[in-house]
Design a protein around this ligand. Structure first.
Ligand SMILES: Cc1cc2nc3c(=O)[nH]c(=O)nc-3n(C[C@H](O)[C@H](O)[C@H](O)COP(=O)(O)OP(=O)(O)OC[C@H]3O[C@@H](n4cnc5c(N)ncnc54)[C@H](O)[C@@H]3O)c2cc1C
Length: 232
């Protein structure tokens, strides 16, 4: 974890926290949900009395009750695209292609030399890299592209008629799902309704229905929270 922490810190602008776990000068804005209704305050207060208050689930300790921070700015989602791409759109050395899929990374001599893409009209074309290829297609997309490029476990790749170029048995193998169980209760008040007015004209709409407080019950053998309770 300590190996990637410096990069998270570099990416982050945290409106509330500024310490060894958080950054203040990055493009990705992180802050608390602004709307904190009374009922959630009661949830946090009751939970904190039993299991401690936690002001920062992404800090030293993950246990306790408190309020979530999310990647957002002025009440709206601050995605990677909003934080990084939009401010860079005017750069002359940047071209953004939409409706275009990466089929595979072109590998020669164990090194990534470019990418093969397909557009919405089924045209295939190639980009050659002068320096490097950065793969950032998410939890499903990245391993899928690697497998199509011939990087991964041999049996998974060759059975689709793809040349096996690099043996990396872990590719596509370690996706961790987190199971959600929802209990729904009637509550006779408007107080819990979370507004999410993220439409044109509602520029200042408050982000998110997913809002509040979680906590972990520690498994003493590994020191990690096993369970998260959330009030939405
Ligand atoms: C509902 C929800 C809420 C979340 N809230 C938070 C939060 O508040 N804070 C937080 O830190 N994290 C949050 N996360 C997690 C966070 O969204 C992910 O960890 C993060 O988006 C991962 O970023 P990424 O760039 O690796 O991948 P992604 O954001 O998944 O981006 C991958 C992109 O690659 C594209 N792609 C895939 N395959 C191809 C292909 N073959 N060719 C071209 N493009 C391709 C996809 O269309 C996608 O646009 C949330 C996740 C969810 C689902």
């Amino acid at each position: 974890m300590m190996k990637v922490l410096p990069y998270f810190i570099k990416a982050e602008h945290n409106e509330e926290h500024d310490n060894e776990y958080h950054g203040k000068n990055g493009p990705l804005n992180v802050t608390k949900i602004r709307h904190q209704p009374e009922s959630c305050e009661s949830f946090v207060e009751a939970g904190s009395a039993l299991y401690n208050y936690n002001d920062d689930f992404n800090g030293e300790d993950q246990e306790g009750f408190g309020y979530y921070q999310t990647t957002q700015i002025n009440g709206k989602r601050c995605s990677a695209a909003k934080a990084y791409l939009v401010p860079a759109l005017k750069r002359e050395n940047l071209t953004v292609l939409t409706d275009t899929h990466v089929n595979k990374i072109l590998i020669e001599d164990n090194s990534a030399k470019g990418v093969e893409c397909i557009d919405k009209d089924n045209n295939t074309f190639i980009f050659h890299a002068t320096k490097e290829v950065i793969l950032s297609s998410g939890a499903f997309g990245s391993p899928q592209i690697l497998l199509r490029s011939g990087v991964g476990p041999a049996n998974e790749i060759t059975r689709h008629g793809i040349d096996h170029l690099v043996d990396l048995p872990g590719v596509g193998k370690n996706l961790q799902d987190h199971i959600d169980y929802l209990t729904v209760h009637k509550y006779n008040s408007m107080n819990l309704i979370g507004f999410n007015l993220m439409y044109p004209g509602f520029e200042d709409g408050d982000m998110g229905i997913l809002k509040f407080a979680g906590f972990g019950i520690t498994a003493p053998e590994n020191g990690m929270p096993l369970l998260k309770l959330m009030m939405n």
